[in-house]
Design a protein around this ligand. Sequence first.
Ligand SMILES: C[S@@+](CC[C@H](N)C(=O)[O-])C[C@H]1O[C@@H](n2cnc3c(N)ncnc32)[C@H](O)[C@@H]1O
Length: 283
Amino acid sequence: MLSYLHSFHAGNFADVLKHSISIHILQYLGEKPKPFFYLDTHAGVGAFSLTKGESQKTQEYLNGIAKLWNLSPAEQAKLAPLTGNYLQLIQRFNESESLQTYPGSPWFAMELMNQPDRLNLFELHPREFKTLLTNIRGDRRIKAFQKDGFHACLSQLPPKERRGYVLMDPPYEVKQDYDTAVESLIAAHKKFATGTYALWYPVVDRYRIKKLEKAFINSGVKNIQLFELGIQDEREPGMTASGMIVINPPWTLMKAAKQALPPLAILLAGKNGSFRCEQLVAE
Ligand SMILES: C[S@@+](CC[C@H](N)C(=O)[O-])C[C@H]1O[C@@H](n2cnc3c(N)ncnc32)[C@H](O)[C@@H]1O
């Protein structure tokens, strides 16, 4: 199908959650002086303009990153570390007083990984892949593949480093993506059981998410956590919330998310804001 373009959605409330959690995982792995491997199954283009093109048509970033960017310095200093670390990286990426651009998931890994670390990126869309190649140009740690990330990622596992993080961020253009994502992660976990995995999901139809959670609960995979951030009543149409399901999370993640998500939900959506921080499957 391949009609989804993330540039319409860059920096929205879903990206705030996805990238905050992803950054925490990358920072945790980067603390040890040992190399690790990053695999992005649906990498996108790596960088997005917020001042022109698709993002100006939807302006979704106004309900996401812009709400953090526009806080006063005193308010920003009071943000929970999970949120504050995320905002600092967006500020670093922009290198300007105003919010103009937004980084994609590969950039966070490029920024937070050390010199010997390795990154593998998968992006299937021909034009998006070309732009991705331009955006990662010159970084020798990266290999990018124009392949189906759900299946092709398996050939890269287990990584020789024996430490790694796999981010799976599908577009869910086709409903089959929900089942394919679970199957792919379970297969990846079989090959590399000690890796950390994160799956992003949208809440458009709660029934699908309940089914997704059940599939993980019944998978036999241990130590799974779930984080969700909502900005609208679920009876409203469209994406009202989104979440991350994390297998083998850093032991620090639950505490950091429990501190960050309640105030973040209020900041982004006032009384309509909601959050979940749950241990879906015990260790
Ligand atoms: C949600 S976007 C990714 C956003 C990116 N992870 C980020 O956070 O900046 C999903 C991307 O997956 C790509 N895509 C769709 N199907 C794919 C597949 N089977 N394998 C790899 N990439 C795919 C789309 O072209 C799109 O760029």
